[in-house]
Design a protein around this ligand. Structure first.
Ligand code: RAM
Length: 897
């Protein structure tokens, strides 16, 4: 069936030709396809999952029109056969529900190290039942301290004031164990954690492809561990299990200025590992770290994230992780009395090597060094093949950009030495890359006796599934989008960081909260953020203050817009992924933050402190990045009101009526106090800056009757600056969404497409390949911004990405998790087309629009088990179910380029 809703009144603006292709022959659909894309805790067949009652999700495979689930049944068993035979460990029964995302496992308490098999079937709205899905699995890890027999071990006493050599550990064991009759190994799991960063080795083979595992937490509060299936790496007879542990975040340098130092979490790196071998006869054999393991140092003479790595091949240890090795010179380990803290299975992808980049240009520096340009600012390291003589060294340095004379620009690295060194043991050619460091760079210089045979840049970061893409008719906007994604990739390395190159690289909370929605549109960051929110909670003060940096180092107080990440991030995760557990987990902490603000305010007005609108450009005689024209008390009170509002809404989701009342009431009172203090009778907001208006409008603090006037002042200021923005970290993220809200996407497009300073395309015009910390980090005319705080890879201003997806692409959630979707693309500027997709929990949403003359056409794809409200530029609206939907309309004069 095709529905043509073509107007008879041709020629009148707004005529819509409705072609609902999704309705094509729905009657052919007798039944519903088996569900696909089964996920447990957002992962496919995870090993070692984190919570005791995992969340299960699936997608409906059916792409027909208006496909919806009316009921589901999940069954779980201990084996595939039991699942087939109907011997279930848990059977949800037929549950009348359209929920297919975040269904909580409701069976008996899971046991440690247990593999579960599960499948699901669904019913559609006509009562047709699907086939069972394919079988999926999850395996529990070590659930409590009692499941660990391993002890924390460490190497020799070290002079930890220096960057120290990485420690090598080894143990050997027999399969089957001595004195026992042989039986076949059925499975082997290795559970590993470190205070430091580890690489595992079994019988000469590297375990997994992870880097910098187990990642970063406040190690004295919580540790992560990884689980590996190492069944295939074991052999009959003698086996060797080995590890290398480097300083990483535990012992390496962290912080800048006078706080720049090592050993934030303790003096020694340490290792905790437990290998559980299951034999087919049911016997189990555990190999676990203890004082009998051996250790020594080797060729990794020093390794540090800020300073780089030094490798001395003369100290190599040969086949140290293989059987038959003579372990002379190795020493028994020491047991470390590490704090007894929760051990949690890692819940998101580790750092991996992704693509490699070949140089696009090579030049010679003044001292004869080779300088390579990889064409893209990025994070990772350089892998090279080079020859040398005995005793020769190769030295690599890194930079994000070059001085005009072609030398590396390293002023912005501050105290970070960012230098890798390789010492040759003997004459020959080697291929080398470091182990325990990373650099933020586009350029690398190599000092060596001979020109390297090959040099490539290895891109490294946390593994995150791509979630969306957007492409438009404007190549500069497309480059901006790529720059946003490159900065996301560069700064999502175990935690969300501010920058990847200088002596900082910290979990700055403000940066994370302004960027989170953009991050979600581009990558699946659910587990990544859920884990980082545990870091944020671990770092929360007893008084309720969330820190400016998580994991916390030494700061005590919190700034407005930074500490608020503890409320804004859980809410954003809930809105986009529709899973209320993130709200449950963070609820008490969110409340404590708001309560703290209530207690420490003066008649509900926050003190004049914090970072204000960091790096804004609205004060002529600014004395520094925090000295801007928007009053800090205004910024802070606006965020206080916003946080109280989000906590009230969270209480509503969690069905806590009393809290809902309390926080809605608090929100109302802060709102009134804000109006009295900061909004004039005539609708002027104190400071009269773009950010002041954006905060007041964006957080709903302007009285209804003054909204239009205040919106006018915002636009006036942008116009007075000849269509330029003046916002800093806080204002920039909200500026475009607010312009959308007040119906001024025409102004938003002017800002987006502005090519002169300050604006997004200015940096693109200056050759940026990532987002910059400052609007003018570099310009062709004036060179580099002064001072060391000048990162070329800082994602905060990339927060415009959220508006690109929601307004240019027209995709945003109406209901949490995109159960209902708003499809509302707004064409503007000189854009003639945009193609966008976003993989929401239910499947792929797509929009593809074109403007030809005054005709706007849109193709939208809505995934199964959702509905969408489609709104066209002429104001027409309709609600549709899943399927492909095509629309045509005449563009109203106002939205023509
Ligand atoms: C800088 C960081 C970060 C910002 C803080 C206030 O040092 O790089 O981006 O959030 O300051």
């Amino acid at each position: 069936m095709i529905i043509w809703k073509s107007s008879l009144l041709a020629g009148i603006t707004g005529v819509v030709l409705w072609v609902n292709a999704a309705c094509l022959a729905p009657s052919l659909h007798a039944g519903v396809d088996a569900p696909v894309h089964l996920r447990c805790e957002g992962q496919e067949g995870p090993l070692g999952i984190y919570p005791r009652s995992p969340r299960l999700s699936w997608q409906l495979a059916d792409t027909g029109s208006d496909v919806r689930q009316s009921a589901y049944q999940v069954v779980v068993a201990y084996s595939r056969e039991n699942l087939d035979k109907g011997h279930f460990w848990w059977d949800s029964g037929k549950v009348i529900s359209d929920q297919s995302v975040g269904v909580v496992y409701g069976g008996p308490e899971p046991e440690a190290r247990q593999l579960y098999f599960w499948k699901v079937r669904v019913w559609d709205r006509s009562g047709n039942v699907s086939d069972w899905s394919e079988v999926a699995t999850w395996e529990t890890g070590l659930l409590g301290r009692g499941d660990w027999s391993a002890r924390w071990i460490t190497g020799h006493e070290r002079d930890t004031a220096q960057s120290m050599p990485a420690v090598y550990y080894r143990t050997q064991f027999n399969i089957p164990p001595a004195g026992q009759e042989g039986d076949k190994v059925e499975s082997a799991r290795l559970y590993v954690s470190a205070r430091g960063v580890f690489e595992g080795w079994i019988n000469g083979q590297r375990v997994g492809e992870d880097y910098f595992a187990p990642g970063w937490t406040d190690y004295n509060i919580r540790n992560q561990y990884l689980t590996y299936d190492v069944t295939d790496a074991l052999r009959k007879g003698e086996n060797v299990l080995g590890f290398i542990v480097g300083d990483g975040w535990h012992n390496g340098y962290l912080m800048w200025g006078k706080h720049h130092r090592k050993n934030w979490y303790g003096e020694d790196t340490a290792l905790l590992a437990q290998l559980v071998i299951r034999y087919q006869d049911g016997n189990e054999h555990i190999v676990a770290t203890d004082e009998n393991w051996l250790n020594r140092t080797g060729p990794i003479v020093s390794s540090d994230f800020y300073d780089g790595e030094t490798y001395d091949a003369r100290l190599e240890l040969g086949n140290w992780s293989e059987p038959g090795y003579d372990a002379e010179g190795w020493w028994p380990c020491r047991l470390l009395q590490a704090p007894q803290v929760p051990m949690e299975a890692k819940r998101f992808g580790t750092v991996r090597q992704h693509e490699t980049l070949k140089p696009v240009a090579v030049t010679r520096g003044e001292k004869g060094e080779w300088i390579y340009d990889f064409g893209q600012n990025m994070v990772g390291w350089v892998k090279l093949r080079v020859s040398g003589e005995e005793g020769d060294s190769v030295i690599l340095r890194f930079a994000e950009t070059l001085h005009p004379d072609g030398s590396l620009y390293t002023d912005n690295l501050r105290k970070a030495k960012v230098t890798d060194t390789y010492h040759f043991a003997r004459a020959g050619t080697v291929e080398w890359e470091p182990h325990f460091t990373f650099h933020g760079f586009r350029y690398a210089s190599v000092w060596a006796a001979h020109e390297p045979e090959s040099v490539e840049a290895v891109v490294m970061h946390t593994q995150l599934q791509p979630a969306g893409s957007i492409e438009t008719s404007n190549p500069l906007v497309n480059r901006l989008q790529q720059n946003i994604v490159w900065s996301l990739r560069s700064n999502f390395l175990e935690i969300p960081t501010d920058c990847p190159q200088r002596d900082e690289r910290l979990g700055w909370t403000g940066d994370a909260q302004v960027f989170i929605r953009t991050a979600i549109y581009n990558r699946d960051v659910k587990n990544f953020f859920e884990k980082w929110l545990t870091d944020l909670r671990d770092a929360q003060g007893k008084d309720g203050q969330f820190p400016n940096i998580a994991p916390r180092l030494n700061q005590k107080s919190s700034a407005a817009g930074w500490g608020d990440a503890g409320v804004i991030c859980p809410w954003a995760i809930y809105q986009f992924y529709g899973d209320r557990r993130v709200l449950e987990e963070n609820y008490e902490a969110m409340k404590a933050w708001v309560d703290f603000q209530e207690r420490s305010s003066d008649n509900l007005i926050r003190p004049e402190s914090g970072f204000g609108d960091w790096l804004a450009l609205d004060k002529e005689d600014s004395r520094g990045p925090g000295d801007t024209a928007t009053p800090r008390a205004l910024v802070a009170t606006a965020f206080f009101a916003h946080a109280a509002d989000l906590v009230a809404r969270t209480a509503e989701v969690l069905e806590n009526e009393r809290d809902k009342q309390h926080y809605s009431d608090l929100h109302e009172r802060v709102r009134t106090a804000f109006q009295k203090e900061f909004i004039s009778q005539g609708g002027r907001v104190s400071g009269d800056t773009q950010t002041a208006y954006v905060l007041a409008l964006g957080f709903g603090l302007v009285p209804e009757r003054l909204r239009e006037t205040a919106s006018g002042y915002l636009v006036d200021d942008i116009r007075a600056r000849d269509w330029h923005l003046s916002t800093g970290f806080i204002g920039t993220g909200l500026l475009m969404p607010v312009l959308n809200e007040i119906g001024r996407n025409d102004v938003a497009y002017r800002l987006l497409l502005q090519e002169t300073y300050p604006g997004w395309l200015y940096s693109v015009r200056q050759g940026a390949t990532t987002m910059w910390e400052r609007w003018n980090s570099y310009s062709h005319e004036n060179g580099f911004a002064r001072g060391g705080m000048n990162s070329f890879n800082h994602y905060a201003y990339g927060a415009v990405g959220q508006w690109l997806y929601a307004v240019v692409g027209g995709i945003s959630p109406l209901d949490p998790g995109f159960k209902s979707i708003l499809i509302r693309p707004v064409p503007g500027g000189d854009l003639t087309w945009a193609k966008t997709h976003y993989d929401c929990p239910y499947g792929r949403i797509e929009t593809d629009w074109k403007v030809e003359g005054d005709t706007f056409t849109l193709k939208a794809i809505v995934p199964p088990n959702t509905s969408a409200v489609v709104e066209l530029p002429d104001g027409r609206r309709e609600t549709v179910g899943s399927g492909v939907h095509n629309y045509t309309c005449t563009l109203p004069a106002a939205s023509r380029g």
